[in-house]
Structure formats: C-alpha cells, structure tokens
Design a protein around this ligand. Structure first.
Ligand SMILES: *Cc1c(COP(=O)(O)O)cnc(C)c1O
Length: 486
C-alpha cells in the first residue's frame, strides 16, 4: 500500500515512511492510493474477532510494509483490558469499546459506543496508544529518536503524554497555558513523573503556546537537528486506528451484513468522522455519517449548504465542549479530495482560496467554486449543531431517561443524533469523553459532581512535575536542547 498527497505531490511513500511525519511536502495530507476493500466473507469472519484481532485485520490492509507478526505484537500490547479499563461496572472489561443500547422502541434504536475507557478518559487514547507503540517500534528499528513538541489546551496533550510515557527513543515537550486548564486536566498531565515527559506551563493563553510551536517548527535547522516531530490529528496512523472502532461498532450492533447502521460523531477537526468515512469507503455498510458540532459550526454549515467558511479567532467560541472548539477542520481536506474524485488541481485551488479568502463554496450557486455539494448524500454525510443549552438539556434527559451521565461532547452528539435517527437503522453515537473530565458543566446540569472512575479519586492531590516559562522562543529552544542533549 502506497500513500499519496491530497495535493498531488508525486512521490509515493509507504506506511512507515509517513508514520512519523505530518503534512506531505506540498502541504497536503496523505491518503492511500486507493482504499482497501472489505469483502462480505471477511466482514462475516470479523464478527467473532477480539478488538486486537480486528485491529490487526484492518491495519494490515494499510500498513503492508510492517511484518504481520510485528503488527500483531503491537496491537496485542495496545488493545488490552489494562489499558482500556472499563469504568462502567456492568460491561465486560474485554470489549474495549462496549456498546450500550439507550433506547430500542418503535423502530428507533439509539446506541452509545464507549471510546473513552483509555488512560485519559477520552477517545484520543484509542489511536494515540497505538501510535506510541508504533513509534517506539519504528524508531528502534531505525535506531532513531524523536522529540515530540506540541501545544495543548487539554485532551490531545494528555493523550499524547500517556501514549509516549516511558517509551524508548521518545521525549515529549508539551506546552499548555499556565493556570488555564481545569484542575483535573492539569493534574492528569502534570502528575506524570516519567523522565521523558516535559510539561511546560507557558505564561499566556493557548494561542501563545501554539505560536511558540510554529516558531520552533519554522526553524528547520533546529527542527531537524533536534529531531522534532508532532502527533497532531492529521497523522495518518491515528486516522487508521480510528477506522477499527467503526467496524467494531457495526459488527456488535448487527447480526448480518445485510443490515446497516448510522453513526453520529461529536466533531471538531474532522479526524474521528474522517475514519468513519474511510470505513464506509472500504465497504462497511454505514448508512448515514452525522457530523455533530457545537457553537463552532464550520462543518455543520458546510454539510448543510456546501459553503466552507473558516472562522476568524474572534468568531471562535470557547464552549463547554472545548475539544470541539475549532476555527477550521484540519482533516477536512481528506474528504474534499474524495468529493472532488481525486482532482488535485482543483483541490489545490480550493485550499489556496481558504488561505487567501477564508473559504470556498461548492454549492453550485452562481459564482461558486463548483457544484459537488450535490454529491454529498452519496457519501452519507448529514450534520447538526448543539449549543450550551442543548448540552445541559441533553445531559439531564439522558440521565432521566436512561440513567447514565454523559459528558458535554457526547451530549452534543446525542442531541444531533436524535434529529437524524431513522426507522429501522440503529444510530450509534460515539462517546468521546467521560463526564468526570468536564465536571463544571455536569454540576451545572445536574447539581452534583460527575462520578469519577476508580483511580482518579484524588488525582489533584498527586505531586506535580512541570516547568513554568514565559513565551520566549529562544529560551524554549535552549530548554529543549538542554534536555535532548543534541
Ligand atoms: C478531540 C475530541 C473531539 C473532536 O474530534 P475530532 O477528531 O477533532 O473531530 C470530540 N470530543 C472529544 C472529547 C475530543 O477530545
């Protein structure tokens, strides 16, 4: 399997070659030359597999350059009941992403698929844990090392740290805005004592952290010499790892390949639902893929109108589902590539327009950039939006009707799912985080604290290890160099 850039850069690369990198040299995103297909026989055989076995079956179609025995060892180590501890007692611990049927009446079936049983209680662990093991394996093979440098306001940074802690050949330098994260999130990250993890609390806001990462990454000589890399959501291996749970969800919710299911996905950067799109392109019988956004509705606007309009920072809201607070969706280009049927010249023109004019329009109206919006339905996409009042209401209703507490992002998903659920087609909502991470809003909705999974009771009291620094690029570079010894 060879990978190409959405923007047409000619050299083909294999899975291991694109694993450690980010963007393709031409600024595009990597995609496989064609999507591998899944046959009916395979799908039937996959019904009885464990999560790790299923992950191997899917991954080996994409990572054809890694010997199967090695890939097997990697997934066996990743998808265990120790890593994905099932926090809801009545569910079987070995399921990794257990389903819970919330409602099954009058032809309407609403199902929650738990993706947040990993170490940081959010779905990013599903892919990041695999990435940590893949990185360690590839680096060891090439006798190489990697220094991950990133900025976080919460979920991504902690998922990366928990995936890379203690891994040979890897260090993590993670910037976060000093005293701006919740006490829970801060404790999750800063309580890590592993010598290869460096938490840097920057005196400033998230954008200051992001600017520092950009400044350091733009210094190519420093970046190469210090072997700096990233783990952002455009990473292809992360997307592939996410494809697996769409198969698992489908196979667990159905008994025959004749049946279809739909998914609703709380979305920000379009990474999670992009994996659903890929599963569907591989032949998984998915009916609808429903994009759920919060007040930051760039994607909802596109899937309703065909207009993609990137938001300015003054129009990007801080909401109570903060992991979906985005101004543009970094994985969206992968879908547009498919929507344009692989026309890289047009794609380049559209994304150039994103840079110069802040967006593009595929609605087909006079003066628009194309009419491909009319083909959206062919890909199964629909969308909806949920705001703070909807989240509170949904958290209350789900508690009242089904006796479970959901987090704010999942609440956005359920709100939108209920608007798109169809007779006779199960609707699976992906649960992207546990409520303990967003306790303030649970308090607001329910007047009590969210339950905390075992092991997290006193996390704020743990000893913390972090460095406070000003937003000074020169000092930051010196800090990195001092700790890498390079
Ligand atoms: C990252 C995240 C999302 C958004 O996922 P994308 O892949 O960026 O669309 C939704 N919910 C939670 C809890 C997250 O951490």
């Amino acid at each position: 399997m060879q990978y190409v850039s959405t923007r047409g850069h000619a050299t083909e690369q294999n899975f291991s070659e694109i694993l450690l990198g980010g963007l393709a040299p031409d600024g595009g995103l990597y995609l496989p030359q064609q999507y591998p297909q899944v046959t009916q026989d395979e799908l039937s055989a996959w019904r009885s597999l464990s999560y790790a076995e299923l992950a191997l079956a899917v991954l080996k179609k994409f990572a054809t350059d890694i010997p199967q025995a090695d890939l097997k060892a990697i997934v066996d180590k990743t998808y265990t009941a120790d890593v994905y501890r099932n926090v809801r007692a009545e569910e079987k611990a070995t399921e990794i992403t257990p389903l819970r049927v919330l409602e099954d009446a009058n032809g309407r079936k609403l199902i929650l698929q738990a993706l947040s049983n990993g170490p940081t209680l959010a779905f990013k662990d599903m892919a990041m844990q695999l990435l940590g093991n893949l990185f360690e394996y590839t680096l060891a093979k090439n006798n190489a090392e990697l220094n991950i440098f990133g900025a976080t306001s919460g979920d991504t940074g902690s998922a990366a740290e928990y995936a890379m802690r203690g891994k040979k050949g890897i260090r993590v330098f993670m910037l976060s805005p000093h005293k701006k994260m919740s006490a829970f999130q801060t404790a999750q990250m800063f309580s890590l004592q592993d010598p290869n993890i460096f938490n840097i609390a920057v005196e400033g806001v998230f954008d200051d952290c992001q600017d520092m990462v950009k400044a350091v990454s733009n210094d190519l000589e420093f970046k190469n010499h210090q072997k700096i890399g990233t783990v952002n959501s455009i990473n292809w291996a992360r997307v592939v790892a996410q494809v697996v749970y769409y198969f698992r969800g489908y196979l667990s919710a159905t008994t025959s390949n004749e049946q279809k299911v739909s998914f609703t996905v709380p979305s920000g950067n379009f990474g999670n639902i992009c994996a659903g799109h890929i599963a569907r392109m591989m032949g998984l019988p998915i009916d609808k893929l429903v994009v759920a956004t919060n007040e930051n509705d760039v994607l909802d606007e596109f899937f309703r109108t065909g207009v993609y309009r990137v938001r300015k920072s003054a129009e990007t809201w801080h909401t109570t589902s903060p992991s979906m607070d985005i101004s543009k969706a970094s994985n969206f280009e992968r879908f547009i590539f498919d929507l344009l049927d692989g026309d890289t010249a047009r794609l380049v023109a559209l994304f150039k327009k994103v840079e110069t004019e802040g967006g593009f329009d595929l609605s087909g109206k006079p003066g628009s950039d194309g009419d491909e919006f009319k083909n959206i339905a062919r890909f199964g996409f629909e969308s909806g939006k949920s705001v703070h009042a909807d989240r509170l209401n949904t958290i209350r209703q789900v508690e009242k009707n089904y006796g479970i507490t959901v987090d704010t992002h999942t609440a956005d998903g359920i709100k939108v799912a209920l608007e798109h659920i169809a007779q006779g087609v199960p609707m699976i909502v992906l649960e992207t985080a546990l409520p303990a991470k967003f306790n303030e809003t649970i308090q607001e909705a329910l007047g009590r604290d969210a339950e905390r999974p075992a092991g997290f009771e006193n996390i704020e009291a743990l000893q913390q290890r972090f460095e406070v620094m000003t937003a000074d690029v020169t000092k930051m570079k010196a800090f990195i160099a001092q700790h890498t010894g390079l």
